[in-house]
Design a protein around this ligand. Structure first.
Ligand code: NAP
Ligand code: ZN
Ligand code: ZN
Length: 347
Protein backbone atom coordinates (compact mmCIF):
# COMPACT_ATOMS: atom_id res chain seq x y z
CA UNK A 1 0.00 0.00 0.00
CA UNK A 2 1.14 3.55 -0.68
CA UNK A 3 0.38 6.22 1.94
CA UNK A 4 -1.29 9.04 0.01
CA UNK A 5 -2.09 12.66 0.79
CA UNK A 6 -5.12 14.31 -0.70
CA UNK A 7 -8.14 16.54 -0.17
CA UNK A 8 -11.60 15.13 0.44
CA UNK A 9 -15.16 16.18 1.17
CA UNK A 10 -16.44 14.32 4.24
CA UNK A 11 -20.08 15.33 3.61
CA UNK A 12 -22.13 17.28 1.06
CA UNK A 13 -22.13 20.39 3.23
CA UNK A 14 -18.48 20.22 4.34
CA UNK A 15 -15.66 22.09 2.60
CA UNK A 16 -12.85 19.95 1.20
CA UNK A 17 -10.06 19.36 3.71
CA UNK A 18 -6.76 17.44 3.96
CA UNK A 19 -7.26 13.68 3.97
CA UNK A 20 -4.78 10.78 4.18
CA UNK A 21 -5.48 7.35 2.72
CA UNK A 22 -3.70 4.40 1.09
CA UNK A 23 -3.47 3.44 -2.56
CA UNK A 24 -3.60 -0.29 -3.34
CA UNK A 25 -0.55 -2.44 -4.03
CA UNK A 26 0.26 -2.53 -7.74
CA UNK A 27 -1.63 -5.15 -9.73
CA UNK A 28 0.30 -6.68 -12.66
CA UNK A 29 -1.20 -4.18 -15.17
CA UNK A 30 -1.08 -1.12 -12.93
CA UNK A 31 0.84 2.09 -13.41
CA UNK A 32 1.62 4.35 -10.46
CA UNK A 33 1.67 8.06 -11.21
CA UNK A 34 3.02 11.00 -9.25
CA UNK A 35 0.34 13.66 -9.88
CA UNK A 36 1.79 17.00 -11.00
CA UNK A 37 -1.39 18.87 -11.93
CA UNK A 38 -5.11 18.20 -11.60
CA UNK A 39 -7.80 20.32 -13.24
CA UNK A 40 -10.96 21.35 -11.37
CA UNK A 41 -14.11 20.30 -13.25
CA UNK A 42 -17.60 21.44 -12.33
CA UNK A 43 -18.44 17.70 -12.03
CA UNK A 44 -16.05 17.62 -9.04
CA UNK A 45 -18.24 20.23 -7.34
CA UNK A 46 -21.52 18.51 -8.31
CA UNK A 47 -20.16 15.26 -6.82
CA UNK A 48 -18.48 16.68 -3.69
CA UNK A 49 -21.79 18.37 -2.82
CA UNK A 50 -23.90 15.33 -3.78
CA UNK A 51 -25.86 17.38 -6.31
CA UNK A 52 -26.32 14.34 -8.55
CA UNK A 53 -26.97 12.08 -5.52
CA UNK A 54 -25.02 8.87 -4.97
CA UNK A 55 -21.80 10.37 -3.60
CA UNK A 56 -19.91 8.13 -1.17
CA UNK A 57 -17.89 9.97 1.49
CA UNK A 58 -15.09 10.64 2.00
CA UNK A 59 -14.96 11.81 -1.62
CA UNK A 60 -11.61 12.71 -3.26
CA UNK A 61 -12.53 14.38 -6.58
CA UNK A 62 -10.30 15.10 -9.59
CA UNK A 63 -10.29 13.57 -13.08
CA UNK A 64 -8.05 15.87 -15.12
CA UNK A 65 -4.77 14.33 -14.08
CA UNK A 66 -1.30 14.83 -15.52
CA UNK A 67 1.79 13.32 -13.95
CA UNK A 68 4.86 11.17 -14.23
CA UNK A 69 5.09 7.38 -13.97
CA UNK A 70 6.91 6.33 -10.79
CA UNK A 71 6.32 2.57 -10.82
CA UNK A 72 4.80 -0.13 -13.05
CA UNK A 73 3.35 -3.60 -12.45
CA UNK A 74 5.18 -6.67 -13.78
CA UNK A 75 3.00 -7.04 -16.90
CA UNK A 76 2.93 -3.38 -17.96
CA UNK A 77 4.42 -2.83 -21.39
CA UNK A 78 2.97 0.48 -22.61
CA UNK A 79 4.64 2.71 -20.00
CA UNK A 80 7.87 2.95 -18.05
CA UNK A 81 9.14 4.93 -15.11
CA UNK A 82 9.57 8.62 -16.00
CA UNK A 83 6.93 8.76 -18.77
CA UNK A 84 4.58 11.77 -18.84
CA UNK A 85 1.02 10.50 -18.67
CA UNK A 86 -2.59 11.53 -18.16
CA UNK A 87 -5.68 10.02 -16.57
CA UNK A 88 -9.17 11.28 -17.33
CA UNK A 89 -12.60 10.34 -16.01
CA UNK A 90 -12.30 6.56 -16.45
CA UNK A 91 -10.04 4.03 -14.72
CA UNK A 92 -11.67 0.74 -15.76
CA UNK A 93 -14.56 -0.88 -17.66
CA UNK A 94 -15.70 -4.44 -18.47
CA UNK A 95 -13.44 -4.51 -21.57
CA UNK A 96 -15.68 -7.08 -23.27
CA UNK A 97 -19.04 -5.49 -24.18
CA UNK A 98 -19.62 -4.11 -27.70
CA UNK A 99 -19.00 -0.54 -26.61
CA UNK A 100 -15.75 -1.38 -24.81
CA UNK A 101 -14.54 -3.37 -27.83
CA UNK A 102 -15.14 -0.30 -30.01
CA UNK A 103 -13.18 1.93 -27.64
CA UNK A 104 -16.33 3.56 -26.30
CA UNK A 105 -15.52 2.64 -22.71
CA UNK A 106 -17.52 5.64 -21.45
CA UNK A 107 -20.65 3.81 -22.59
CA UNK A 108 -19.63 0.40 -21.14
CA UNK A 109 -22.79 -1.68 -20.83
CA UNK A 110 -21.71 -2.71 -17.32
CA UNK A 111 -20.98 0.91 -16.32
CA UNK A 112 -17.39 2.11 -16.51
CA UNK A 113 -15.41 2.66 -13.31
CA UNK A 114 -14.94 6.36 -12.85
CA UNK A 115 -11.78 7.91 -11.49
CA UNK A 116 -13.55 8.86 -8.29
CA UNK A 117 -16.72 7.84 -6.46
CA UNK A 118 -17.00 4.46 -8.25
CA UNK A 119 -16.62 0.94 -6.83
CA UNK A 120 -13.38 -0.68 -7.98
CA UNK A 121 -14.21 -3.74 -10.15
CA UNK A 122 -11.87 -6.03 -8.19
CA UNK A 123 -11.90 -5.02 -4.51
CA UNK A 124 -15.10 -2.87 -4.43
CA UNK A 125 -13.27 -0.03 -2.67
CA UNK A 126 -14.46 3.44 -3.72
CA UNK A 127 -12.12 5.07 -6.25
CA UNK A 128 -10.36 8.26 -5.18
CA UNK A 129 -9.37 10.89 -7.69
CA UNK A 130 -6.68 13.35 -8.60
CA UNK A 131 -6.84 15.81 -5.69
CA UNK A 132 -3.98 13.72 -4.30
CA UNK A 133 -0.26 13.21 -4.73
CA UNK A 134 -0.39 9.84 -6.55
CA UNK A 135 -2.78 7.48 -8.28
CA UNK A 136 -2.66 3.84 -9.39
CA UNK A 137 -4.47 2.98 -12.64
CA UNK A 138 -4.56 0.04 -15.04
CA UNK A 139 -2.31 0.80 -18.04
CA UNK A 140 -5.32 0.47 -20.40
CA UNK A 141 -6.73 3.68 -18.89
CA UNK A 142 -3.50 5.68 -18.90
CA UNK A 143 -2.77 8.12 -21.76
CA UNK A 144 0.50 9.36 -23.21
CA UNK A 145 1.15 13.07 -22.80
CA UNK A 146 3.49 15.03 -25.05
CA UNK A 147 6.27 17.12 -23.50
CA UNK A 148 5.64 19.80 -26.18
CA UNK A 149 2.89 21.61 -24.27
CA UNK A 150 2.77 23.15 -20.75
CA UNK A 151 1.48 20.39 -18.49
CA UNK A 152 -0.85 22.61 -16.45
CA UNK A 153 -2.64 23.54 -19.69
CA UNK A 154 -2.84 19.90 -20.77
CA UNK A 155 -4.54 18.59 -17.57
CA UNK A 156 -8.01 20.04 -18.45
CA UNK A 157 -7.90 18.31 -21.84
CA UNK A 158 -8.48 15.02 -19.98
CA UNK A 159 -12.11 16.00 -19.29
CA UNK A 160 -13.04 19.45 -20.67
CA UNK A 161 -11.06 18.75 -23.85
CA UNK A 162 -12.36 15.27 -24.67
CA UNK A 163 -15.95 16.08 -23.62
CA UNK A 164 -16.14 18.77 -26.29
CA UNK A 165 -13.88 17.08 -28.87
CA UNK A 166 -15.84 13.80 -28.93
CA UNK A 167 -19.30 15.11 -29.91
CA UNK A 168 -17.81 17.50 -32.46
CA UNK A 169 -16.02 14.57 -34.12
CA UNK A 170 -19.14 12.39 -33.87
CA UNK A 171 -21.28 15.05 -35.62
CA UNK A 172 -18.38 15.91 -37.98
CA UNK A 173 -18.27 19.61 -37.12
CA UNK A 174 -16.23 21.46 -39.73
CA UNK A 175 -16.07 24.18 -42.38
CA UNK A 176 -19.49 25.52 -43.37
CA UNK A 177 -21.06 24.76 -39.97
CA UNK A 178 -22.39 27.44 -37.67
CA UNK A 179 -21.69 26.36 -34.10
CA UNK A 180 -22.86 28.05 -30.89
CA UNK A 181 -21.12 27.35 -27.62
CA UNK A 182 -23.36 27.98 -24.63
CA UNK A 183 -21.50 28.91 -21.41
CA UNK A 184 -17.92 30.11 -21.32
CA UNK A 185 -16.33 28.04 -18.56
CA UNK A 186 -13.96 25.05 -18.60
CA UNK A 187 -15.83 23.02 -21.21
CA UNK A 188 -17.02 26.09 -23.12
CA UNK A 189 -13.60 27.57 -23.72
CA UNK A 190 -12.28 24.23 -24.99
CA UNK A 191 -15.35 23.91 -27.25
CA UNK A 192 -14.57 27.34 -28.76
CA UNK A 193 -10.90 26.52 -29.38
CA UNK A 194 -11.65 23.10 -30.88
CA UNK A 195 -14.61 24.21 -33.04
CA UNK A 196 -12.50 27.06 -34.44
CA UNK A 197 -9.64 24.64 -35.17
CA UNK A 198 -12.11 22.35 -37.02
CA UNK A 199 -13.01 25.27 -39.31
CA UNK A 200 -16.51 26.09 -38.07
CA UNK A 201 -17.99 29.57 -37.60
CA UNK A 202 -18.27 29.90 -33.82
CA UNK A 203 -20.61 32.08 -31.77
CA UNK A 204 -20.25 32.38 -28.00
CA UNK A 205 -23.55 32.53 -26.10
CA UNK A 206 -22.85 33.76 -22.59
CA UNK A 207 -24.56 35.29 -19.57
CA UNK A 208 -21.40 37.32 -18.81
CA UNK A 209 -20.80 40.55 -20.76
CA UNK A 210 -17.29 40.66 -19.29
CA UNK A 211 -16.33 37.53 -21.26
CA UNK A 212 -16.89 39.00 -24.75
CA UNK A 213 -13.28 40.07 -25.31
CA UNK A 214 -11.99 36.69 -24.09
CA UNK A 215 -14.40 34.80 -26.33
CA UNK A 216 -13.01 36.68 -29.35
CA UNK A 217 -9.42 36.10 -28.17
CA UNK A 218 -10.19 32.38 -27.89
CA UNK A 219 -11.24 32.50 -31.54
CA UNK A 220 -15.03 32.98 -31.45
CA UNK A 221 -16.28 34.90 -34.48
CA UNK A 222 -19.39 36.30 -32.75
CA UNK A 223 -20.65 36.86 -29.23
CA UNK A 224 -24.22 37.17 -27.96
CA UNK A 225 -25.35 38.01 -24.46
CA UNK A 226 -28.10 35.51 -23.62
CA UNK A 227 -29.69 37.86 -21.07
CA UNK A 228 -30.51 40.31 -23.88
CA UNK A 229 -33.46 39.01 -25.96
CA UNK A 230 -32.64 41.51 -28.74
CA UNK A 231 -29.23 39.89 -29.31
CA UNK A 232 -30.80 36.43 -29.61
CA UNK A 233 -33.55 37.56 -32.00
CA UNK A 234 -31.12 37.93 -34.87
CA UNK A 235 -29.87 34.39 -34.30
CA UNK A 236 -33.24 32.58 -34.62
CA UNK A 237 -32.95 29.44 -36.83
CA UNK A 238 -29.26 30.21 -37.31
CA UNK A 239 -27.09 27.39 -35.91
CA UNK A 240 -26.33 23.87 -37.08
CA UNK A 241 -25.11 22.92 -33.61
CA UNK A 242 -25.34 24.28 -30.09
CA UNK A 243 -22.89 22.84 -27.61
CA UNK A 244 -24.56 23.37 -24.25
CA UNK A 245 -22.00 23.38 -21.43
CA UNK A 246 -24.17 25.05 -18.78
CA UNK A 247 -23.86 23.58 -15.29
CA UNK A 248 -27.02 25.08 -13.74
CA UNK A 249 -30.74 25.17 -14.46
CA UNK A 250 -31.51 27.06 -17.69
CA UNK A 251 -34.20 27.38 -20.34
CA UNK A 252 -33.40 24.89 -23.11
CA UNK A 253 -36.24 26.20 -25.28
CA UNK A 254 -34.77 29.65 -25.58
CA UNK A 255 -31.73 28.07 -27.24
CA UNK A 256 -33.52 25.36 -29.28
CA UNK A 257 -35.18 28.16 -31.22
CA UNK A 258 -31.76 29.27 -32.42
CA UNK A 259 -31.25 25.97 -34.29
CA UNK A 260 -31.76 25.83 -38.04
CA UNK A 261 -33.50 22.92 -39.83
CA UNK A 262 -31.95 19.60 -38.70
CA UNK A 263 -29.92 21.45 -36.09
CA UNK A 264 -28.66 19.55 -33.05
CA UNK A 265 -28.40 20.80 -29.51
CA UNK A 266 -25.63 18.74 -27.92
CA UNK A 267 -25.95 18.71 -24.14
CA UNK A 268 -22.69 18.11 -22.31
CA UNK A 269 -23.47 20.30 -19.30
CA UNK A 270 -25.21 18.25 -16.61
CA UNK A 271 -27.38 20.44 -14.35
CA UNK A 272 -28.96 18.51 -11.49
CA UNK A 273 -32.44 19.73 -12.55
CA UNK A 274 -34.24 18.10 -15.53
CA UNK A 275 -34.87 19.94 -18.81
CA UNK A 276 -38.45 20.76 -19.84
CA UNK A 277 -38.75 20.60 -23.62
CA UNK A 278 -42.10 20.79 -25.47
CA UNK A 279 -42.16 18.46 -28.51
CA UNK A 280 -43.15 21.42 -30.70
CA UNK A 281 -39.70 22.95 -30.32
CA UNK A 282 -38.25 19.81 -31.90
CA UNK A 283 -40.97 19.10 -34.46
CA UNK A 284 -40.60 22.47 -36.13
CA UNK A 285 -37.33 22.53 -38.12
CA UNK A 286 -36.81 18.78 -37.35
CA UNK A 287 -34.43 19.72 -34.53
CA UNK A 288 -32.74 17.23 -32.19
CA UNK A 289 -31.55 17.38 -28.65
CA UNK A 290 -28.70 14.99 -27.87
CA UNK A 291 -26.18 14.25 -25.16
CA UNK A 292 -22.58 13.12 -25.06
CA UNK A 293 -20.39 11.71 -22.28
CA UNK A 294 -16.62 12.42 -22.20
CA UNK A 295 -14.89 10.10 -24.73
CA UNK A 296 -13.36 6.63 -24.92
CA UNK A 297 -9.68 5.88 -24.47
CA UNK A 298 -8.65 5.74 -28.16
CA UNK A 299 -10.42 9.03 -28.89
CA UNK A 300 -8.93 10.67 -25.79
CA UNK A 301 -5.44 9.75 -27.02
CA UNK A 302 -6.37 11.04 -30.50
CA UNK A 303 -7.51 14.34 -28.92
CA UNK A 304 -4.30 14.69 -26.87
CA UNK A 305 -2.22 14.06 -30.00
CA UNK A 306 -4.36 16.52 -32.01
CA UNK A 307 -3.91 19.21 -29.34
CA UNK A 308 -0.14 18.61 -29.19
CA UNK A 309 0.07 18.92 -32.98
CA UNK A 310 -2.05 22.07 -33.11
CA UNK A 311 -0.70 23.74 -29.96
CA UNK A 312 -4.08 23.66 -28.20
CA UNK A 313 -4.19 23.83 -24.40
CA UNK A 314 -6.55 25.11 -21.75
CA UNK A 315 -6.30 28.67 -20.40
CA UNK A 316 -5.65 28.01 -16.75
CA UNK A 317 -5.41 29.70 -13.39
CA UNK A 318 -3.03 27.57 -11.34
CA UNK A 319 -4.04 27.35 -7.67
CA UNK A 320 -2.68 25.84 -4.48
CA UNK A 321 -4.52 22.79 -3.11
CA UNK A 322 -5.60 24.71 0.01
CA UNK A 323 -7.52 27.20 -2.18
CA UNK A 324 -9.87 24.60 -3.63
CA UNK A 325 -12.94 25.76 -1.68
CA UNK A 326 -12.52 29.36 -2.87
CA UNK A 327 -12.12 28.01 -6.40
CA UNK A 328 -15.45 26.16 -6.08
CA UNK A 329 -17.20 29.36 -4.95
CA UNK A 330 -15.73 31.29 -7.87
CA UNK A 331 -16.73 28.51 -10.28
CA UNK A 332 -20.34 28.80 -9.05
CA UNK A 333 -20.28 32.51 -9.90
CA UNK A 334 -19.00 31.80 -13.43
CA UNK A 335 -15.73 33.45 -12.40
CA UNK A 336 -13.26 31.00 -13.95
CA UNK A 337 -10.81 32.02 -16.68
CA UNK A 338 -11.10 29.32 -17.82
CA UNK A 339 -10.03 26.36 -15.73
CA UNK A 340 -8.61 26.13 -12.24
CA UNK A 341 -5.72 23.68 -12.12
CA UNK A 342 -4.20 22.50 -8.84
CA UNK A 343 -0.41 22.45 -8.62
CA UNK A 344 0.09 19.25 -6.61
CA UNK A 345 3.49 20.44 -5.38
CA UNK A 346 1.42 22.67 -3.03
CA UNK A 347 -0.22 19.68 -1.32
P1 NAP B 1 -17.86 25.79 -15.48
O1 NAP B 1 -16.42 26.01 -15.76
O2 NAP B 1 -18.41 26.20 -14.17
O3 NAP B 1 -18.68 26.52 -16.68
C1 NAP B 1 -20.07 26.56 -16.74
C2 NAP B 1 -20.49 27.87 -17.44
O4 NAP B 1 -21.90 27.83 -17.63
C3 NAP B 1 -20.26 29.12 -16.61
O5 NAP B 1 -18.97 29.63 -16.71
C4 NAP B 1 -21.29 30.09 -17.20
O6 NAP B 1 -20.77 30.66 -18.41
C5 NAP B 1 -22.43 29.16 -17.60
N1 NAP B 1 -23.52 29.18 -16.62
C6 NAP B 1 -23.46 28.89 -15.31
N2 NAP B 1 -24.65 29.00 -14.74
C7 NAP B 1 -25.52 29.36 -15.72
C8 NAP B 1 -26.91 29.60 -15.80
N3 NAP B 1 -27.69 29.51 -14.70
N4 NAP B 1 -27.46 29.93 -16.98
C9 NAP B 1 -26.69 30.02 -18.09
N5 NAP B 1 -25.37 29.80 -18.08
C10 NAP B 1 -24.79 29.49 -16.92
O7 NAP B 1 -18.24 24.24 -15.64
P2 NAP B 1 -17.54 23.10 -16.55
O8 NAP B 1 -16.48 22.44 -15.76
O9 NAP B 1 -17.27 23.64 -17.88
O10 NAP B 1 -18.74 22.03 -16.61
C11 NAP B 1 -19.97 22.39 -17.21
C12 NAP B 1 -21.00 21.28 -17.02
O11 NAP B 1 -20.60 20.14 -17.80
C13 NAP B 1 -21.14 20.77 -15.59
O12 NAP B 1 -22.51 20.49 -15.34
C14 NAP B 1 -20.35 19.47 -15.60
O13 NAP B 1 -20.74 18.55 -14.63
C15 NAP B 1 -20.66 18.97 -16.98
N6 NAP B 1 -19.70 17.99 -17.53
C16 NAP B 1 -20.20 17.03 -18.35
C17 NAP B 1 -19.35 16.13 -18.95
C18 NAP B 1 -19.87 15.10 -19.91
O14 NAP B 1 -19.21 14.09 -20.13
N7 NAP B 1 -21.00 15.34 -20.53
C19 NAP B 1 -17.97 16.20 -18.71
C20 NAP B 1 -17.50 17.22 -17.89
C21 NAP B 1 -18.37 18.12 -17.31
P3 NAP B 1 -21.14 32.17 -18.87
O15 NAP B 1 -20.56 33.06 -17.80
O16 NAP B 1 -20.46 32.30 -20.18
O17 NAP B 1 -22.63 32.26 -18.99
ZN1 ZN C 1 -14.97 16.58 -15.70
ZN1 ZN D 1 -17.94 -2.72 -21.28
Amino acid sequence: MTPTKGYAAQAATEPLAPFSFERRDLRPNDVQIEILYCGVCHSDLHTARNEWHGTTYPCVPGHEIVGRVTNVGEQVNKFKKGDLVGVGCLVDSCQKCDNCKQGLEQYCEEMPTQTYNSPDRIDQSVTKGGYSNNIIVSENFVLSVSDKLPLEGVAPLLCAGITTYSPMRHWKVGPGHKVAVLGLGGLGHMAVKLAVSFGAEVTMLSTSPSKEADAKRLGAHKFALTKDPEQLKGLANYFDFIIDTVSAEHNYNMYLNLLNTDGVMICVGAPPTPAQVPAFNLIFQRRSIAGSLIGGLPETQEMLDYCAEHGITSDVEVIAMKDINTAYERMLKGDVRYRFVIDMATL
